[in-house]
Design a protein around this ligand. Structure first.
Ligand SMILES: [Zn+2]
Length: 171
């Protein structure tokens, strides 16, 4: 049984640290810029399997993203793969060195989508693209879910999940 390695608070803090150190502080968050600042190269790719959304080749510092996906989905996938790199390869808490290649499946089509590392990378991505402080600021400013999704350049579904998680809207 795989143990959870990070608490949600740890992941939130790590994602905020990445934003602090590797982004320009503007919104929407520039995921390609963050990847570049981490010396990760991002490539479009065609995968044999339809359910692969992205892949991290950590040792080669490459992120491959399914080119057939929508721009919003690709954006989330890049943030997710950055999460794998930071949490599961580069990070100090990383214990095993067997994660040099990480394939990320879509969570709705593969049970692998529910593995601990997938959940951690998704939570990292949510915190990277939709930082809690920014959301609370927008929420206080009276912005709707749709407006926030547009402002942060994320899907309405992702925005909705994030607002639910933060307790700002009902499920
Ligand atoms: Zn993944």
């Amino acid at each position: 049984m795989e143990q959870r390695r990070y608490t949600k608070t740890q992941i939130k803090n790590i994602a905020e640290g990445v934003l602090e150190s590797y982004s320009d502080g503007e919104f929407p968050v520039k995921v390609l810029q963050i990847a570049k600042n981490l010396e990760l190269e991002v490539y479009d790719a065609t995968f044999d399997k339809d359910d692969v959304a992205g892949m991290l080749k950590a040792k080669e510092k490459k992120i491959l993203i399914a080119q057939s996906d929508s721009p919003l989905r690709q954006r989330f996938s890049i943030a997710h793969e950055i999460g794998h790199y930071v949490l599961h390869y580069y990070g100090k808490l990383f214990e095993e060195k067997d994660q040099e290649k990480h394939i990320s499946f879509r969570d709705n089509t593969s049970s692998l989508g529910f593995s601990v590392r997938e959940i951690e990378a998704n939570f990292f991505a949510a915190n990277l693209l939709m930082p809690e402080a920014k959301i609370r600021e927008l929420y206080s400013g009276g912005f709707s879910m749709e407006e926030m999704a547009y402002f942060l350049n994320v899907s309405k579904i992702a925005m909705g999940h994030r607002l639910e998680y933060l307790g700002l809207i009902d499920e």
